[in-house]
Design a protein around this ligand. Sequence first.
Ligand code: FAD
Length: 317
Amino acid sequence: MKVIDHIKNAERTLFTLELLPPLKGETIETIYQAIDPLIGFSPSYINVTYHREEVVYKPQSNGLLERQVVRKRPSTVAIASAIRFKYGIDVVPHMICGGFSPRETEDGLIDLHFLGIDNVLALRGDAPRQDKSFVASKGGHIHATDLVKQISRLNKGIYLEEELLQPSPTNFCVGVAGYPEKHGESPNLETDLRYLKEKVDAGADYIVTQLFYDNSKFFAFVEKCRQIGITVPIIPGIKPISVKNHLTILPKTFNIDIPEDLVTAVDACKDNSMVREVGVEWAIQQTKELMQFGVPAIHFYTMGKPDNICKIAKAIF
Ligand code: FAD
């Protein structure tokens, strides 16, 4: 079922999860172990992230470094379909612009369509670690809007191959990313929202947000979205803090603020097991308030370790 239909049919706030594919060399059991403890809370659908290639430099016996292109977490599509067939739960594989030509994207979408997967989260992707800024592949999409447009065209049966006889349309429900505290590259929130509206106007059915710890920022974001005519559902993304150095890593990586009360509580922890408890408690309070506000779903970033999400789900769902 499409995400948008889950939302339409829901009688309560939906519980949804985001997972990372296992690192290369690990088995699919890694994923099942992350899902099994959460199955009892009936997640409505599970997102599976996409990780592009990275460049690494490996020392050679001659003392020189060899440049190698590696993918540390391949198999988004395989993991998504394995989850779907093992648990019978809908899945939302992420698709990114970076590293793909539109033709490769089309082939990826056809694979998903044939697998019976009719949800995707359409993203631009970040610049590879070694690059300073995002650069599209030759002829590739520069912004997520271009990817959304391609999916919308495919949903009308318009493929890049023009000679096809009676091409059959796909049937994707498309989600896009939103940033309550603005995207890190955007000059200001208003500009970012203007581009967010372009993604929605291009065919996105709903928005999932970047993680945040201050609900007032999310509420203000939703209000601004509505003011500029974005009417689609907006799903908040929640990631419980779990280690002390999240206080410095998360603001830098995701362009977010961490409220002073949370910083103080984390600072007072003697070790990371205490931090994990503080993170759970904060996420429970955040989730309760978001549900009172009437959000359609909560998107939990699980990072493959389900114990903290389990505690939150037990307290709420
Ligand atoms: P865009 O919508 O293209 O926006 C990127 C920047 O360009 C913004 O600053 C925006 O304001 C600006 N912009 C947009 N359109 C235009 C335009 N027409 N002209 C000029 N500027 C424009 N990354 C991954 O690699 N894999 C994942 O699986 C993944 N999952 C994610 C899931 C969620 C819920 C979220 C919130 C993010 C995820 N990301 C993932 C990270 C995401 O790829 C990065 O945040 C990326 O930098 C931006 O992606 P986007 O789709 O928001 O890009």
